[in-house]
Design a protein. Structure first.
Length: 77
């Protein structure tokens, strides 16, 4: 599976989980939603994604750009 798909699934899962927790537990969980959203926004400008680094170190996802030439660009969208 491509790394950018895994990152999008993590982000979507974290956002939905924090919204459920905010509704049923504490509104302070919305800060976690804001954190995930901010990371997605900043990665669109900087191509820096902390989750991408963690997943690569764990050996998850393989190469995100297998059909493209090698570059240092990020796969985090």
């Amino acid at each position: 599976m491509k790394l950018h798909l895994i990152i999008r699934r993590f982000a979507g899962t974290f956002i939905l989980a924090s919204l459920v927790l905010a509704h049923y537990h504490s509104p302070n969980w919305l800060w976690f939603t804001a954190f995930v959203g901010f990371n997605l926004l900043q990665s669109s400008f900087t191509n820096f994604c902390p989750l991408e680094i963690v997943l690569k170190k764990m050996g998850v996802g393989g190469s995100c750009c297998s059909n493209e030439k090698k570059s240092d660009s990020s796969c985090c969208f």
